[in-house]
Design a protein around this ligand. Structure first.
Ligand code: PAF
Length: 289
């Protein structure tokens, strides 16, 4: 596996490849990321993963400086998974005009309004930062396919929309969420939690599962279900950002005629340092009756 830091070296290395799969990451890799690399390998002959902690997608109050960086362990995992190239650019390689005090210097993508709800309602400009880095990485790697995890469903939705609206010749493939035994979705931010907190963190997935069961049992009082679940998580000590039942096709709030539904949640849990860690999760379901 080659480790490449510059755009020009990456372009040289990819020159003769005609079936490239791409997995963008921010590093601190876990089994969920490796499953995405494996999926890329099933769909392309040559696989590139990137590791880049993208400053544009963090707000000033978020964990950019403390975001876990574990390059050596990441390289070992990628190599074992059969990745061919890991691209690890510096901030200036990705954003030559980057100025941390004046982010407006950098040209960005302006995503559609769906980027301003759910996670985007509290993480202002987050999806503009994600879309910008992803379109840059797509332009650099020029993959045939790219794999994104379903855990970040809103991100996946916006990337698909960007590919559609900008006519990018890339197939976006969705990778399933990998979970711990208690249902907790794997996330690099789970590392901020003690074992006991990780055990408690399974409550978020259980809460979403409970909504799914109730919908399957015919309950379509979606707003009530959202409110009851938020209240129940709050009494269990969570700071709930949102619990939302939406159409998985449009990401708009679900209506009683929708068949393809997604139940999404974001909430904060107390972490190792006594601060809060924000976790997200979702479950898709199909109403067949
Ligand atoms: O999902 C992530 O890890 C990031 O948002 C991504 C897609 C690598 C862009 O920085």
């Amino acid at each position: 596996m080659q480790i490449i830091q510059t755009v020009s070296d990456l372009r040289k290395a990819l020159k003769s490849q005609d079936s490239v799969g791409f997995v963008p990451t921010m590093g601190n890799l876990h089994a969920g990321h490796i499953a995405l690399v494996e999926k890329a390998k099933q769909n392309a002959n040559y696989v590139v993963a990137s590791i880049f902690v993208n400053p544009l997608q963090f707000s000033p109050t978020e964990d950019l400086s403390t975001y876990p960086r574990t390059p050596k362990a990441d390289y070992e995992k990628l190599k074992a998974a059969g990745c061919d190239i890991v691209f690890t650019p510096s901030v200036l390689e990705m954003y030559p005009d980057f100025d941390s005090k004046n982010l407006n210097q950098t040209m960005t993508i302006d995503p559609p309004p769906i980027a301003n709800v759910l996670c985007g309602a509290t993480r202002l400009k987050h999806f503009a930062g994600v879309a910008t880095v992803v379109i840059k990485l797509f332009n650099i790697v020029q993959p045939n396919i790219a794999v994104f995890g379903k855990k970040d469903f809103q991100q996946l939705f916006i990337i698909k929309e960007m590919v559609r609206q900008f006519n990018l010749p890339i197939d976006i493939i969705a990778g399933e969420t990998v979970r711990e035994a208690n249902g907790l979705a794997l996330s690099s931010r789970n590392g901020y939690l003690t074992d006991a907190q990780r055990a408690k963190a399974g409550q978020l997935n259980s809460a979403l599962q409970s909504i799914v069961s109730q919908i399957h049992n015919g309950n379509k009082a979606f707003i009530q279900l959202e409110q009851q679940t938020s209240a129940s998580l709050s009494t269990q000590g969570w700071e709930v950002d949102y619990i939302s039942i939406r159409s998985s096709k449009t990401l708009q709030p679900a209506t009683t005629v929708d068949r393809n539904i997604i139940v999404l949640g974001a909430a904060k849990i107390t972490n190792k340092t006594g601060g809060k860690t924000r976790l997200i999760d979702n479950i898709e379901l199909c109403i067949t009756d």
